[in-house]
Design a protein around this ligand. Structure first.
Ligand code: UDP
Length: 486
């Protein structure tokens, strides 16, 4: 008698930040729709960010569940309830958060013992997960949550250290070894690239874990960055599969509305507002899940003035943070701003339903910090971008958008920093970038190229598409490993 087909079971373990949780959950849901059993491991306060979506998937027949692990906030000296990087409020909390993360190794082992998956997809931020997986005799896949392009730039910077022979922080240099001529300045590089620190040590551990793991899983698609997907595999020599854009698994309006958190605006209000606007006439502004409060009040003021002067319709997602608390008037808004923009502008204070907004046909531009999820969501919606990178690998992603894909206009950000920046981007620069993006010949070209990429993204995830095929190839590989024992 033939034995029943082997049920592949993958455990997904995202880092505790929305920019990592959101794509990992989408990835787990995508695998589950391909017949894989998926278990998402997370902490009590992060689970509600996506549990309703998972319940709906279960009702639709997906084999998917959430396993809860306690987050050791108290043990690491963090306040109760600090389980997500977006709740880090002070600089002193950063090392404590990483301490808490390092304490997750044993709880992960207990949970793997309990659920016995056949593979572990763990975030890059857990380099020790490779050893944990090997204890259980299962392969570990790494999820970086960024582009092939950014991984290639990081590798070349590390390998050739071109920034060391440059005289000043503002002098552009070419990153050697890449398929295109990419220029950066030292001021745009992450601090861990230039200085030895706890973070640079962690980045080295991450690199080593990449090499020791079974491979890397990418939220990208071949047609978007073919030269870099090749470079990553053939020149850098990593094993990788691309299965994105994973956000395309959200077809239902409720999934888009509730993605990553409870939206701070009512769905109907948002859709009604958008429905009143002409096709492609709205600019959407959002700087990711972490960075919104990192702008000084002065910088926010410049953005507000530029928006009003540009005359464009806009939706602006701002963080519901300290700057807006306990003040009669929000100091970052010019006097009479809300009255002036009435009917033209909508400010969302808190969590914006980003995917729902970007996918609406009234939206014609996206001012973004170039977090990879946001960049890819803009591309998938066919919306060109004003690029305004702040930190992480965002200055690399900006170059992919503006110089390689030519689907964005740079606002002119010069300074990599996780906190308030010294160099102000002025109202005139912001207004200029917005106008180039939204009206005229340049805008037309940007829009056409982004639209073409949107179609490619959809085709990549459909039957026989490049991401669909890579996903199936990975599933087959993992099944084969199980039968030969890893
Ligand atoms: N996001 C959202 N609403 C917000 C802010 C962010 O839905 O108000 C989502 C966005 O769609 C994306 C993720 O949060 O999926 C942010 O990830 P990204 O890589 O763009 O930036 P990060 O927050 O990691 O810097």
């Amino acid at each position: 008698m033939e034995s029943p087909p082997f049920q592949l079971h993958i455990a997904f373990f995202p880092f505790m930040a929305q920019g990592h949780i959101i794509p990992t959950v989408d990835m787990a849901r995508t695998f589950a729709r391909h017949g894989v059993k998926a278990t998402i491991i997370t902490t009590p306060l992060n689970a509600p960010l996506f549990s309703r979506t998972i319940e709906r998937d279960i009702e639709m027949g997906s084999k998917i569940c959430i396993l809860i692990m306690k987050f050791p906030s108290a043990e690491a000296g963090l306040p109760v309830g600090c389980e997500n990087a977006s709740s880090i409020e002070t600089l002193e909390m950063v090392p404590k958060f990483f301490k808490a993360v390092s304490l997750l190794q044993q709880p992960l082992e207990y949970l793997l013992e309990e659920c016995r998956p056949s593979c572990l997809v763990a975030d890059m931020m857990f380099p020790w997960a490779t050893k944990v997986a090997s204890k259980f005799g299962i392969p570990r896949l790494v999820f970086h949550g960024t582009s092939y392009f950014a991984l290639c730039v990081s590798d070349c910077l590390k390998r050739f250290e071109p920034y060391k022979s440059i005289e000043t922080d503002l002098e552009p240099f070419t990153v050697p070894g890449l398929p295109d001529k990419i220029k950066l300045t030292r001021l745009q590089l992450p601090s861990h690239v230039k200085e030895n620190s706890e973070l640079s040590k962690l980045m080295d551990e991450i690199s080593r874990a990449d090499l020791e793991s079974y491979g890397v899983i990418m939220n990208s698609f071949h047609e978007l960055e073919p030269a870099y997907s090749e470079h990553y595999k053939k020149v850098i020599g990593r094993k990788a599969w691309h299965i994105g854009p994973v956000s395309l698994c959200n077809r239902d309006t409720r999934d888009k509305m509730q993605r990553g958190g409870v939206a701070s605006i009512d769905e109907n209000e948002c859709l009604r507002w958008l429905a009143m606007k002409k096709s492609r006439s709205v600019l959407y502004i959002c700087f990711g899940s972490m960075s919104k409060s990192d702008f000084s009040a002065t910088q926010l003021f410049e953005i507000a003035k530029a928006l009003a002067a540009s005359g464009q319709n806009f939706i602006w997602a701002v963080k519901n943070g300290e700057k807006t608390k306990g003040e009669d008037r929000e100091e970052w808004l010019p006097e009479g701003f809300e009255k002036k923009i009435q009917g033209k502008g909508l400010i969302i204070r808190g969590w914006a339903p980003q995917m729902l907004i970007l996918d609406h046909e009234a939206v014609g531009g996206f001012m973004t910090h170039c977090g990879w999820n946001s960049a890819l969501e803009g591309i998938t919606a066919g919306v060109p971008m004003v690029t305004w990178p702040l930190c992480a690998e965002q200055f690399y992603n900006e170059k992919l958008i503006t110089d390689v894909l030519k689907i964005g206009v740079a606002v002119g950000a010069q300074e990599w920093s996780r906190h308030e920046r010294k160099i102000l981007v002025k109202k005139e620069e912001i207004e200029n970038a917005i106008t180039q993006l939204m009206v005229g010949e340049v805008a037309e070209g940007l829009r056409n190229r982004t639209k073409a990429l949107k179609e490619m993204a959809r085709r990549a995830t459909e039957v026989e598409g490049s991401s669909y095929c890579d996903l199936n190839a990975l599933i087959e590989d993992l099944r084969a490993i199980k039968s030969t024992s890893y």
